[in-house]
Design a protein around this ligand. Structure first.
Ligand SMILES: [Zn+2]
Length: 235
C-alpha cells in the first residue's frame, strides 16, 4: 500500500504493508513519527458517549440514560457535555436498578428514548462518536431506536474504544478489554461519579482515552483507529 507522509511540509510518497496498520513508524525522509494507516481523517471533533439500558437486547430493550462529553483537538471539554435520562416502555428491573443505580422513579418525568436521541444527534453534530464496545452494543441501540420509531437517519462514523485498547494492550487471548480492565491497566483513579451510571462511565472513558492515545502516540484525528458506520436521527 502507498500513502503520503502526513507531515504537510514533506508529503513524501511512502509504501508499506497493510499488516503494519496501527504500528509506530517514522518517515525516512523527514523523520516525522506517526502511526501507519491506510486512511487519514480530517476532523478532530469527537463525542464520547455511553448508554444505560433496560437489558442486553436492542430489539426488545431501550436505553434509559445517555451521557456524553466532547473530545476536540485531543482535549476533553468537560463543560460541554450531554446527559439525559430516558423513559422506557418497559419497567426497569430490580437487577438493572441495582447495576446502574437508575430506577423507575429516576426516569418517570424523562422524555422518551427517541426524543433524547434526536436531541443528542443535534448536539453531536458532525462529530465522530466514540463508545466502549460501541460496535457490538451502543451503536445497535441507536440504530434500533431509529428503526422502531421510523426516524429518518443520517450516517455517522463511530470508533469503538475497545479497538484502541487492543492496539495498546494487544489481542492475546485472555487480555480483557472491558472498561474495568482498561482502567486497572492504566492505573486510573476511581471516578467521583458512579460507575455504570452513564455519566460516570463517560468520565472514566474520557480519561482512559486520553491516556491510551498518549501512550500510543495517536494524533488528534485518531488516525489508524478503525471507524464503523453508525446511525443517528436526521435533525
Ligand atoms: Zn515525511
Amino acid at each position: 500500500m502507498k500513502i503520503e507522509c502526513p507531515n504537510d511540509t514533506c508529503k513524501r510518497g511512502l509504501s508499506g504493508l497493510k499488516s503494519d496498520i496501527g504500528k509506530q513508524v517514522a518517515c525516512p525522509a523527514c523523520g516525522h513519527a506517526f502511526i501507519w494507516t491506510d486512511r487519514f481523517y480530517r476532523g478532530d471533533s469527537f463525542v464520547i458517549y455511553d448508554l444505560e439500558t433496560t437489558g442486553l437486547y436492542p430489539d426488545e430493550d431501550e436505553f434509559i440514560q445517555l451521557a456524553a462529553v466532547r473530545f476536540e483537538g485531543g482535549r476533553l471539554i468537560p463543560e460541554d457535555g450531554f446527559s439525559s435520562f430516558a423513559r422506557p416502555r418497559r419497567r426497569i428491573s430490580s437487577f438493572i436498578e441495582s447495576y446502574t443505580g437508575i430506577g423507575n422513579h429516576h426516569v418517570a418525568g424523562a422524555p422518551r428514548p427517541e426524543e433524547v436521541l434526536c436531541r443528542f444527534s443535534q448536539w453531536a453534530g458532525d462529530s465522530t462518536l466514540i463508545a466502549h464496545n460501541g460496535l457490538r452494543f451502543d451503536s445497535k441501540f441507536l440504530a434500533a431506536t431509529c428503526r422502531r420509531h421510523g426516524l429518518a437517519t443520517r450516517p455517522v462514523d463511530c470508533i469503538d474504544s475497545i479497538h484502541i485498547s487492543k492496539m495498546l494492550f494487544g489481542k492475546a487471548r485472555g487480555t480483557g478489554h472491558s472498561l474495568d480492565h482498561v482502567k486497572a491497566r492504566l492505573g486510573l483513579r476511581d471516578t467521583t461519579l458512579r460507575r455504570h451510571d452513564a455519566r460516570g462511565d463517560v468520565d472514566l472513558l474520557g480519561r482512559a482515552l486520553l491516556a491510551m492515545s498518549d501512550r500510543l502516540g495517536l494524533d488528534t484525528h485518531l488516525n489508524a483507529v478503525p471507524r464503523h458506520p453508525s446511525l443517528l436521527p436526521q435533525v
